[in-house]
Design a protein around this ligand. Sequence first.
Ligand SMILES: C[S@@+](CC[C@H](N)C(=O)[O-])C[C@H]1O[C@@H](n2cnc3c(N)ncnc32)[C@H](O)[C@@H]1O
Length: 395
Amino acid sequence: MSTNEADTSNPYAGREQTLVKHLILEAYLGRFAHIVGNKWKTITYVDCFSGPWNVQSDKLEDSSFSIALRQLRKAKSDLADHGKSLSLRCFFLEKDPDPYRRLREFVDGISDAEVATRNAALEESVQDICDFVKGGGASSFPFIFIDPTGWTGFSIDVIRPLLQLKPGETLINFMTGHISRFAETPDSSTRATFDRLFGSIDYRSRIGHLEGQDREDELAQCYMDAVQRAGGFEYVCSAIVLHPQKDRTHFHLIYATRHPKGVEVFKQAEKKAMSVMEEARAGAQRRHRIQKTRQNEFVFDSKSMRDDEYYQSLRHRYLAAAEGHVLETLVRAKRVLYDDVWGVLSRYPLVREHDLKKWIHEWRSEGRVQLEGLSASDRVPKRGKGHWLVHAREK
Ligand SMILES: C[S@@+](CC[C@H](N)C(=O)[O-])C[C@H]1O[C@@H](n2cnc3c(N)ncnc32)[C@H](O)[C@@H]1O
């Protein structure tokens, strides 16, 4: 995917948030399909809000379903080179007849995957999707992508059966910016749509006293809790996608999995997408400035011009919150499995495992934390090895 702003063929100019969403989907699915394809015979990919939506490419190359299929096909071909056979199955859903027609034309050209499509709303298609997933048999791994345009049509009660698919993983676009603006509307029927989105009214008391970034973060956490509860997921992660020109959140991509490896791969995809996001935002902000002043600035590489103060402030915010959360968990439980600490960390965007390892190093040198279960050859704690963090009681 190109982010070069001088490239007039850039299909993402002016919608850099979609570029970031597609990059995360692409990077995550690329690794996911190779890892899952090594163990499972079939991947069943479900796009519940397929589009195409605002695509620029005649061949729909900048649609989520085309991006996903490219990654799944690449994994299938790479695995075939190693003598492994991976079958691909896709279910593409689209409510609007016009985009559905284009989706159908695209699907008619596919011969290397089993693809089902429906021109219907998600609310009336969940049973069809579950039946299609089951049709993949016991050795099929489903991945569910939910990418709506607002906050309706995917209430927790509607998507619960999809979240409960085992095995299974989910990626959901949570439109934080809009949701934060309207979540406490006095209009009772609109309010009810938010209650359905979260599956309960707990979110109301959790955000009632909050404003700005605190409110957005809490809304995302409320939704992550709702998804985690409904699907019985061990891990829920979020990646923050910023407005291209303004210092505010556009949406969160919420990812839920039952496997710690998924968190690792999602965080790698997030990291890759974040550096492209900051470059693309610098380019978008510069274009905006030029349009406003109608003067040409000297054309620098967007990297060298970038003003990532807002992004860095968010990273510091989430680092502080994650470190506080891990320490609080340790103080409360006294002894915590490293894998569970990883679970706490997974919920914070922009925070990586190397940050956690740095804190643990500092806490150990300050005598606040000890490690247990490491063998002589283990210099740092690792997941899946029975390594524990033990809080040293303050004297
Ligand atoms: C944000 S767009 C999807 C973009 C696409 N995932 C991509 O990244 O290329 C959302 C799509 O969902 C469709 N849609 C809206 N409500 C729906 C519903 N309740 N069920 C299924 N599709 C719906 C819209 O017509 C639109 O095409």
